[in-house]
Ligand binder design. Sequence first.
Ligand code: SF4
Ligand code: SF4
Length: 420
Amino acid sequence: MFDFMDMDFNSGGETGEPSGSGPYIPDAGECMRCGMCVGSCPTFRLFQVDEETPRRRIRTIGKLLVENQPVSDAELQHLNNCLQCRACEPACPSRMAYGELFDRARAALASQAPIDWLAKLAFRVIEQKRWRNRLMPLMDLYLKTGLRTPLRKSGLLKKLRLAEAEALLTPPALTALKPLYPATANRRGNVALFTGCVAEPFDRETLLAAIKLLNAIGFDVSVPPQQGCCGAIHQHNGQSAAGLIANNLRVFNALPVDAVIHTASGCGAMLSEYRADDDAAVQLFGSRLADINEFLLQHWPEDLLLKPVDGTAAVHEPCSQRNVLKNQQAVYALLAKIPGLAVAPLADNRICCGAGGSYMLTHPDNAEALRTLKTQAVAAAAASTVVSGNFGCMCFLNADPALNGQKIVHPIRLLAGALP
Ligand code: SF4
Ligand code: SF4
């Protein structure tokens, strides 16, 4: 069990005072071991032991990055149990940049050990649009031919460690998005849409809803086909995302647009924290980057009235939205534009749903335990619709049979559906 007597106030930080405002990346040695992050951590909630807390993970990260000390297998396992939800960051009086420290630790570990064939394959598929384009018709065929049930029963998927990924499969979109969607109302400007590598085929409805809404408020939407994955899966798993970042900077910075819009908060969190050698390119990219909810809210025409929708919407707040983008209030403000719709937060929004990027595939038992808590909250909400602003969370939650067919959708799909 977690024990406050284990706290060591004499090591780490000097004053215990939070730092002033402005960018500040403390190193792992500056953790005060105060334990204020403990209650926010989903793995502590699951396991109730101090080894599964942010402060113990930071101690391990300190060994790796600062002290250059060996780390035991047990410490490594506890470190890897982290969902990278970053709920510990806002709770920390020292403003520990946990996400950044964790990525650095993962990169240090990855440089010491080769990755296995499955991870290598997954990284290549994420990197290469050509590979994804070839894979999608095969996935579609697999879902249509009825192979799914016998293959699942055969145990082969488990043997190949593909069972968790296969459980998430839904029919992919097989056609490419058009490069340009012109405004359907008085033209006010133009934007580019960041589609996401996996969301482009598997969450096409959200992307089309974004385009419809942006067009309806007077913006042309460009969808540059050369764009690629945001790089989050690579970076959070110790791989270099530099090539993916450089590609997106080049592609989007070359476009004469007013904004670059992202729809999935997981991608948005990564895009908003891009770092690269070319600082000017990062600055330009960041200055035009916008979250779909915030952009719509900011540019919504006063005379655009939506059709009424009876019912209630429960809002799931993804960790990337709450802890990194910190803009979840935009979702409530946007949905309030739909007459008749009652909007409320889902209970216990501060706890991760278990998806955690690739965590749902690498730590299926922990992810499942957290998803069960979330689907219980969904059932208790008894809402006509549950919305989530992150594709990864939606995908993982929607694959839970306990939802009994209820589908969690992106909030902008409700909005697009209510357009006159
Ligand atoms: S709240 Fe911050 S300073 Fe305190 S133990 Fe957690 S990470 Fe360390
Ligand atoms: S990122 Fe999330 S899971 Fe990891 S230590 Fe912080 S709160 Fe816990």
